[in-house]
Design a protein around this ligand. Structure first.
Ligand SMILES: [Zn+2]
Length: 269
């Protein structure tokens, strides 16, 4: 095996096909996926276990949050009872303020959550997914890895045309039965009679996030925020390789081959 990779950022438009590439990186290099979606779920979950019955007023000062120590003191008894780390509950509380309100989580909160999860994972052997998504997050990440004395080896960009993503995503239908959750596509993988799950028979639905308007908003976000963030990493000397999101033949072997081919120059360097 050539050079060992320790930390990788995987980026690309929402719906570009990042997950199959992440799977390859985790398998070949023994890395662990650290995705912002999972990080948020974890910390929100920690706070959810202790929020019942606590007086939220104590958490705020003016427009901002009270000092962490003050918040922890209020949450401490509930944390002890529920077996939740107080630090995790505080982070979850901060995220919940925005997520509950359905508003954009500010970079400083996202950065705090990411840093906590990064350190919990020993700061190495990670595939970052969904982060960084802004130039500020990229600058924070560069400082974080420098402080941890760990490398950021490369950026893997999964490239896909906007129109291909729109067609693929708007055509997606899912089985609403949570135990099944089979995924279909109106054109490429139709449900039975175009309506029913082939596994459990439930009537398939379109996810509320899969409408064209929402996809176009996510595509614009990538263009206007995430890509400039990627450029911050490149300017700091992190190499970037690109793989095609659409392959002529989409098999596990083809995905793996295209990732390894793209990585070859970096692995040999
Ligand atoms: Zn089903």
């Amino acid at each position: 095996m050539a050079k060992q990779l320790r930390n990788i950022v995987v980026t690309g438009k929402s719906g570009a096909g990042k997950q199959p590439r992440i799977d390859v990186l985790c398998e070949v290099f023994g890395l662990t996926q650290l995705s912002t979606g999972n990080i948020f779920r974890e910390y929100l979950g920690a706070y959810a276990k202790v929020r019942e019955g606590v007086d939220a007023q104590a958490f705020y000062q003016g427009d901002g949050f009270a000092p962490d120590a003050d918040i922890q003191a209020v949450l401490a008894p509930a944390c002890a009872a529920a077996g939740v780390a107080p630090g995790a509950a505080v982070l979850g509380l901060k995220a919940a303020r925005y997520v509950d309100g359905g508003v954009f989580v500010p970079d400083d909160i996202t950065n705090e959550l990411l840093a906590s999860a990064f350190h919990a994972a020993d700061g190495a052997g990670l595939v970052l997914d969904g982060y960084p998504r802004t130039p500020d997050q990229s600058r924070f990440l560069l400082a974080l890895v420098e402080q941890a004395g760990t490398p950021l080896d490369l950026i893997l960009l999964v490239d896909n045309e906007d129109e291909a993503i729109v067609a693929r995503t708007t055509g997606r239908r899912i089985c609403p039965n949570k135990a099944c959750a089979k995924v279909f596509h109106v054109q490429y993988k139709p449900a039975r009679d175009g309506r029913f799950c082939t596994a459990c028979g439930a009537e398939v639905v379109q996810r509320s996030d899969d409408t064209e308007a929402k996809i176009r908003t996510r595509l614009a976000e990538f263009q206007n925020k995430a890509l400039p963030g990627v450029r911050v990493l490149q300017d700091a000397g992190i190499p970037m390789v690109t793989v095609e999101g659409n392959l002529p033949v989409f098999t596990d072997e083809a995905v793996r081959a295209s990732v390894m081919e793209a990585l070859a120059p970096v692995l040999e360097a």
